[in-house]
Design a protein. Sequence first.
Length: 354
Amino acid sequence: MTIISAEAKPCVQRQSDAGWTFARAAVPDIRGWTIILTGDAGHTGLGYGHALPTVTAHGEGTKAALDFLLPRVIGRDEADIAAIMEEIDVALALAPAAKAGIDMALHDLLARKLGVPLNVLFGGAMRRTIPQGRIVPLKSPADMAEHARKLAAEGYPMIKVKFSGDADLDIARIAAVRAAVGPKTILTIDANQTYSAKGFIRVFGRIEQHDIKLVEQPVTADDWQGLALCTRTLPVAVEADESAASLADVARLTRERMADVINLKVPKLGGIRNTLKAVALCEAAGVGCRLGAAFGPALLQAVSAHVAAAFRRLEYPCELAEHLHLLDDPFTALPVENGVVTVPTSPGSGVALA
């Protein structure tokens, strides 16, 4: 029951669309670290540490954190996940992506040792399938409309349209996408912090006719009052993403009801344990939550699917299918069929190194 080795290997994945862009940057590839923990009985646990500067941390920063933290898990009992992660939190401030990778690997190792799916470690699955939304990156309105049309034809129930902060262009984008996908597809908007509160409220008045169901992070992450103003004013659900960068942020957002929905991500919150705590906060406050797009390989999406399976309520589709537009995945596949991810039932996360 002892961990005998811990290592991190680079994981670099190219985008199938090298021009994939959102408001903050173009993202030609996704960088991270695969964490591999081995127990004395020969079982292996796998985790993934994000290392994307526009989302979490620079690659070398994540690697430095892993180099500092991983030796601390060697010699520890595989079952002592809570104690290990508490000590890791004390040893190093911040570094949520590195901590999340270790947390994932610890859970995966123990689940494989016990021969059970990952979700059994936190109470079992409330659902076996997770509906998915897909993202339309920034391009011309016509190109975004065509991208959205193809995704809707593949059976995805929800399409998320990226905005750039250029009001007239963004209005043209959402109009073109709605015309392409028809009235039945759920449309959401992700402005990625590009508007002021009142600026976005004005824009929404011009696009309300397109039946938008959810608005994600219209204002900057630190504009708490602006987010709250959008939540109070707009006639649709407003979701916090970048504003929900930690468990403490989620506590404040829910306590003060600054958003209707919280976009949770395992790497952003520092692992499975913190994500489940965030879910509990949301559920206790009557605030919606879902798992958003945390770009990375099939392993990260499989772990997230197990977490989503434990939600008591899941009002909106999650975004765990974005690995499908990444190349060079070092892990076995996590299929998506007709816009749905089925939660793996094999031991651990359900995926392995290919």
